[in-house]
Ligand binder design. Structure first.
Ligand code: C2E
Ligand code: MG
Ligand code: MG
Length: 612
């Protein structure tokens, strides 16, 4: 074809199918080179089919494929030989080609050879142009190509270390399982997932090397596969075990029967992984944390399922590892609320969504209101009124406690001054403001306080700051200087929730602290409870030891020059006994819940409750 390749090549000629009827009917194998002899000798299996779909003539390769002499195939139904009727779409297309309404049909078929072996065949049916209407049917053996494709796919879809399905295959299966047609008909319509992560795998890898790490992963994979096989025994399907990457594995349960099935599987996996591994003479122990999710397949997406599994795995790890944890929608909602709250904190402060309530601090001896504690509330536009334990930690985490605390301080001081001005005939009440440790560190608390007092005209003695024990313990440097400066100013410092932390009175006495607020848990132990074991039905003290400890604590505090406030006083009996052991002030529902500023105004000048 050097330079003069204008004319058609023989192959192109053959493609144009210039096969005539006479060619086909002549069995001139030894004659001169005709298209028929080319047809006969071609390595591609071919047959000519008439307008009725019957084989007119087949070549040797075609005959060999079906284990027959080519001549004996004449008259056979072509569609049967190459399985064209088994699916409706192919059958329709074939009919269209036969009728001359469609140019060509190409499909892949799994055929059986005469020797019983099967092959993958690419079947092509195309019209023959020429005088006689008819079709050329050709069958190419593509088994080798298919096998290569399958091997490539296997390589692409499996992890070389463990030989397990990899992330791609896992997601393919998961996506398929969540498609409606796969769960809508029959089955349970549910899906389950154990998402697993090895505890301490990184340490194995780092200390013993990647080779041992890989062998450990392979050994874990084997055990997981065994668990899946056992779980699948006597059930419709075996869970799919996949390695999602690193030391993460997943077991996917299609058609799950409920959380119990998943719990059993997770339990079995946990146990299997915990048994020691013997790897090249080394004994290794690892454990796993597992997040378990089980739900209806309808309405679930792969992403949603994986997110839930990821969150749950995180809980399992946070709860102490070596355990499985079941997805809990409420806990998840809480997590989401946390995020939603954190992101709306700062704008909320700017928009003025916070307000203060005040709870009276009452003298134990006379029942008079001495002061009030300011307690912050958040009127959240989406979540309603929120108490501080929902958002104070978040505010501390992201630093918004500083502007929030400043707002609380200013508002509380202004309000205390207002009461003083509104009730000139009464002794003024002090206001007690909670201060988070971060406010001492991250802001100039001393300057803020001085400024606020100056601006509002409140006397420093009428301001008390509440810090927790842990916030002031070990304080040196800046926090200690701040406390000293505040105390020097005349501001009172109280230790909040005393008794829940170190309870080191001797240490506290060296700090500029003047008040201890005894944690509610002590007072709770104070009430007489109705004890069913008492035959006479008499009330007995629930924990007399608390009373002894608290009494000693109050005495010591007094000797160190501190006054004591009891929190959470709920019953008159608790109040009675607190008074008896020398407690100075009390705070709690017995006297009043935290209330709005006008309710405090109304209380001023009258005892807050009947004398305890
Ligand atoms: P806290 O300083 O120990 O405040 C006392 C808490 O006990 C308040 O809860 C109060 O409503 C509750 N309480 C009062 N009397 C009783 C009672 O008789 N029984 C029971 N069971 N509870 C009672 P609240 O308002 O939810 O505040 C919780 C905590 O949030 C406070 O504990 C305080 O640590 C913190 N907090 C409140 N406001 C602020 C603030 O403005 N800044 C900072 N940093 N923390 C604040
Ligand atoms: Mg407090
Ligand atoms: Mg407290």
């Amino acid at each position: 074809m050097s330079g003069t390749s204008e004319g058609p090549t023989p192959a192109a000629d053959l493609d144009r199918s210039a096969v005539t009827e006479s060619d086909i009917n002549t069995s001139g194998r030894t004659g001169p080179l005709t298209y028929h002899s080319v047809f006969t000798a071609a390595p591609l299996a071919m047959a000519v089919v008439d307008g009725e779909g019957l084989v007119v003539s087949a070549n040797d390769t075609f005959g060999a494929l079906f284990g027959a002499e080519p001549e004996t195939l004449a008259g056979c139904i072509a569609a049967d030989l190459v399985d064209l009727a088994s699916d409706a779409r192919t059958w329709h297309a074939y009919r269209e080609v036969l009728r001359g309404r469609q140019a060509r049909l190409r499909c892949t078929r799994r055929l059986k050879r005469s020797d019983g072996r099967s092959l993958w065949a690419q079947v092509t049916v195309a019209p023959l142009t020429g005088e006689t209407p008819g079709l050329l049917l050709s069958v190419a053996d593509i088994s080798a190509r298919r096998e290569l494709q399958a091997r490539l796919r296997h390589l692409q879809m499996h992890d070389p270390v463990t030989r397990l399905p990899n992330r791609s295959l896992f997601f393919e299966r998961l996506t398929a399982a969540l498609e409606e047609e796969s769960y809508a008909h029959g089955g349970t319509g549910r899906i389950g997932l154990c998402y697993l992560d090895l505890d301490g795998f990184k340490a194995v890898n780092d200390t013993l090397g990647h080779r041992i790490g890989d062998r450990l992963l392979a050994a874990v994979a084997e055990r997981l596969t065994r668990c899946a096989d056992e779980a699948g025994y006597a059930r419709a399907s075996t869970p799919l075990v996949a390695r999602l990457g690193g030391d993460e594995f997943a077991l996917l349960v299609e058609d799950s029967t409920g959380t119990e099935q998943l719990a059993d599987l997770a339990e079995a996996v946990l146990k299997a992984v915990q048994a020691p591994f013997d790897l090249s003479g080394r004994r290794l122990s690892v454990s796993a944390s597992i997040g378990v999710v089980e739900r209806h397949a309808a309405g679930t997406t792969p992403t949603a399922l994986m997110q839930a599994a990821d969150t749950t795995l995180y809980w399992a790890k946070a709860d102490g590892r070596s355990r499985w944890t079941l997805f809990d929608p409420e806990r998840n909602a809480h997590r989401m609320t946390r995020q939603a709250l954190a992101s709306t904190l700062r704008p909320g402060i700017e928009r003025g969504e916070f307000r203060l309530e005040y709870q009276p601090l009452v003298g134990m001896e006379d029942g008079r209101v001495r002061g009030v504690e300011a307690l912050v509330r958040w009127n959240h536009p989406q979540f309603g009124t929120l108490t501080p334990n929902r958002f104070i930690t978040l505010a501390e985490e992201d630093g918004s406690i500083v502007p929030l605390g400043r707002w609380v301080l200013r508002t509380a001081c202004r309000q205390a001054r207002r009461w003083q001005l509104d009730h000139p005939g009464e002794p003024p009440i002090f206001v007690s403001v909670n201060v988070a440790v971060r406010q001492v560190w991250d802001s100039d608390l001393v300057a803020d306080v001085a400024e606020t007092l100056a601006e509002t005209g409140l006397a420093p003695q009428l301001l008390q700051l509440e810090l927790t024990e842990s916030a002031v313990m070990g304080s040196a440097g800046r926090p200690l200087q701040a406390l000293k400066a505040l105390s020097d100013m005349g501001v009172h410092i109280a230790i909040d929730d005393f008794g829940t932390g170190y309870s080191n009175l001797a240490y506290l006495s060296r700090l500029p602290v003047s008040v201890l607020k005894l944690d509610g848990s002590f007072v709770r132990g104070f009430q007489y409870e109705y004890d069913g074991a008492d035959a006479a039905g008499a009330a007995v003290p629930s924990s007399p030891a608390d009373e002894v400890i608290v009494e000693a604590m109050i005495q010591l505090a007094h000797r160190l020059g501190l006054s004591v406030t009891a929190e959470c006083v709920e019953t008159s009996d608790q109040a009675l006994r607190l008074r008896r052991i020398g407690c100075d002030t009390g705070q709690g529902w017995l006297y009043s819940r935290p209330v709005s500023p006008d309710r405090i105004s109304a209380l001023l000048g009258t005892p807050a409750s009947p004398r305890a």
